[in-house]
Design a protein around this ligand. Sequence first.
Ligand code: ADP
Length: 272
Amino acid sequence: MDIKLQQVSFAYSMGTPFEKRALFDVDLMIPSKTYQAIIGHTGSGKSTILQHFNGLLKPSEGEVHIGDRVIVAGKKAKELKPIRQKVGIVFQFPEHQLFEETVLKDIMFGPMNFGVSEEEAKKRARELISLVGLPDSVLEKSPFDLSGGQMRRVAIAGVLALQPEVIVLDEPTAGLDPRGQREIMDMFYQLHKEQGLTTILVTHSMEDAAKYADNLAIMHEGRCVLTGTPREIFADGKTLESYRLELPRIIKFQQKIENLIGKKLSKICLTE
Ligand code: ADP
């Protein structure tokens, strides 16, 4: 399922004295089954754009195409329900949204709300708990008796339980220790590769963008100012600096070595 933004503009509190324009004429194409990273400085519009990917926000102007559906200003919330199932969003600190008595019930909540049978929802919960790296015994526990990292995994299982075709990740590893960060990022990458899950990562981490994404989009002051592969985007540190972003450490390291030996290395640091 491709996602395409065409000339999307968005203003918060439109038509009031508090009107705040957050997106300006954004064009972005995310082909099905690709891994897209969206990077940009704080306030550049990343969170605003990500809420357009499943209709949580509707454009003030322009069109959002999600598969064969088109979202334009004024579309009714009811028409957007099928889209919300197909595009799952893992918000920052998703564990804050856990609320059921047991982990099992929490993971089953989403699918049952979308009309999946109890039996099927249970089956999904059992499969997903191991996919997110937790033992079966966790299912009967209260989510609030788990560690922060375990709660994060349960919340992610809850989003995956809807079997989305597209997953949107908003800084999914914020607040985790380095090992937990790597495990979660590797898990999403594996899902992307093995199940062809279209993945959209909103991140501050240039490292993660370089390591995992097929394509990058740079947001700056509400505009999508640059798109390309990591190799293309990271070829030019000066342009990135002008958007208040830095090259990934691995590329900086390579450039240092090039300066030392006075010779250009082929870009060893990024996979094709
Ligand atoms: P980012 O995720 O890149 O930090 P945001 O999408 O959160 O950027 O913000 C883009 C712009 O919209 C910023 O200027 C921010 O202050 C503004 N903004 C974000 N949310 C709201 C809101 N609920 N009401 C008014 N302005 C907002």
